[in-house]
Design a protein around this ligand. Structure first.
Ligand code: BGP
Length: 482
């Protein structure tokens, strides 16, 4: 009612339900450092940042990053200071399996993650573990990486090692973080690792292989580990909310949503499974005109459709921003970001002038987008459990980050509205990120952290920002009415 009336006197209930879970996230390559510590293998990000330092805005790399490889005790302390109920971390595949394969498990890699997991649990914080957050072993990339269908088997072997070693203590698992970035953005823009351009073939091979790898890792957990450990497994999608620029663009916006989210959600979460039909058709039409005789998006067999469908225990949503979308005008060139690999849409995106910009080139502030996204997902995939696994914004350096607090407040209010007015079952929220870190092509220059990290200091001192104080009060009181 308050949203409809939009009156200041309206008393809105800004309280989250009891039991709502609060967390913060990081990812291995972005925080750990220790890139060649002990027997760790090289990852695609080690290779890119060493061979092409010019691809990172500030010419930095993740060799040391936040040095969490050594400073993990401090990270746990920070998680405790905030009062987090869970901490979302990722395992570095080449740290645990230096060759990429399960023939050799690194003792030091194993000890590192055991220490982190045990340390969190000692403080009453649940480890929420992502198996793959973009740091593929270079040895596997040399064999084709995510474009080789065998990657699904390599991934499931790695997942088995991780479930076996840590499954007795980890109850929340994400198999793969953001297929859209791994496949569509990587292969159509060349700005992330591995820097390979293959928007037509590579991107689409990758899409199917990622979905199959997720499904295999889910089925493995379900059959062999769930009976003992009772955990939950999902994959985390990247979401951009697409709004039509004018009512005539509604169909285009829907196709863009299918391309961005549906491609990696429909096969898993829909009742029928398989690729989103409208997207499959649009791709088929476009690429047959280009002279391809076979579908560019490798079709699923009926058996594969059944195998993939339903491989989730909850829906994990990473969302930061929105875009207006319209058909491209004559002479306008294709933009690989944020559309991902979507040349077939022949579209252009814009910012609504009311959405403020941030330091990230891809990122505008549009809090209502997250509510609309949640409602769309519920309409598409039914009344399932949602966990927001990433949300946050970058700001200028400094400790008084009021714009970050404002962002959290506004996005969280929209999540609450989705829960209370639209009946979306959101059970947890994850801030991106616990501390400033290596933000991929922006290097160390872009600051998303609740804690500031001094990268000029060899000790990588971490200092809480105003937003850390805001977030810990929010967790303590469970209300935005602060
Ligand atoms: C998400 C990634 C995170 C993080 C975040 C911020 O897509 O999962 O790892 O990097 O985006 O984005 P960026 O670092 O590109 O500014």
């Amino acid at each position: 009612l308050c949203t409809v009336l939009a009156v200041t006197s309206c008393v809105e209930d800004l309280t989250f339900p009891p039991g709502f879970l609060w967390g913060a996230a990081t990812a291995a390559y972005q925080v750990e450092g220790g890139w060649n510590a002990s027997d760790k293998g090289e990852s695609v990000w080690d290779r890119l940042s060493h061979e092409h330092p010019e691809m990172i805005t500030d010419l930095t790399n993740g060799d040391v990053a936040c040095d969490s490889y050594h400073l993990w005790r401090r990270d746990i302390e920070m998680a405790k200071e905030l009062g987090l109920q869970f901490y979302r971390l990722s395992i570095s595949w080449p740290r645990l399996l230096p060759s990429g394969f399960p023939n050799h498990i690194s003792e030091d890699g194993k000890n590192y993650y055991n220490n982190l997991i045990d340390g969190l649990l000692e403080k009453g914080i649940e480890p929420f573990v992502t198996l793959y957050h973009w740091d593929l072993p270079q040895s596997l990339q040399d064999l084709g990486g995510w474009t080789n269908p065998l990657v699904a088997d390599w991934f499931v072997d790695y997942a088995r090692v991780a479930y076996t070693l840590f499954g007795d203590r980890v109850r929340w698992w994400i198999t793969i973080n953001e297929p859209l970035i791994i496949c569509d953005v990587v292969y159509s823009s060349g700005i992330l690792a591995p820097p390979i351009m293959s928007p037509e073939v590579g991107a689409h091979l990758c899409s199917k292989n990622v979905v199959m790898a997720h499904a295999k890792a889910y089925r493995l957990y379900d059959e062999e580990f769930r009976p003992k450990y009772h955990g939950k497994v999902s994959l985390a999608n990247h979401h951009i909310w697409f709004e039509p620029l004018s009512p005539a663009d509604a169909e285009l916006a829907e196709l863009a949503r299918e391309n961005c989210v549906g491609k990696y959600a429909h096969p898993i979460y829909s009742k029928v499974g398989g690729w989103p039909p409208a997207l499959e058709k649009a791709l088929g039409d476009y690429y047959s005109k280009q002279g391809y005789s076979k579908p560019i998006l490798p079709p699923f067999t009926q058996k594969e459709i059944e195998y993939v469908r339903g491989t989730f225990d909850f829906y994990a949503l990473n969302q930061y921003t929105s875009r207006l979308i319209r058909p491209a005008r004559e002479g306008e060139t294709f933009e690989p970001w944020p559309l991902g690999d979507a040349i077939q849409l022949n579209a252009k995106t814009e910012r609504d002038e009311s959405w403020s910009t941030t330091l990230s080139f891809w990122f505008f502030v549009h809090p209502e987008g997250i509510r609309r996204q949640l409602v769309w997902l519920k309409q598409q995939y039914g009344d399932i459990e949602f966990v927001v696994t990433e949300n946050g914004r970058s700001t200028q350096a400094g400790l008084d980050d009021q714009d970050r607090i404002d962002y959290y407040r506004k996005y969280l209010r929209q999540i609450l509205l989705a829960m209370k007015e639209d009946g979306v079952n959101v059970t947890g929220y994850t801030a991106w990120t616990l501390m400033d870190n290596f933000e991929w092509m922006d290097g160390l220059s872009n600051k998303f952290g609740l804690y500031e990290v001094d990268f000029n200091d060899p000790l990588r001192t971490r200092t809480p920002r105003a937003s850390a104080n805001f977030y810990s009060n929010l967790i303590k009181t469970n209300t935005l009415d602060l």
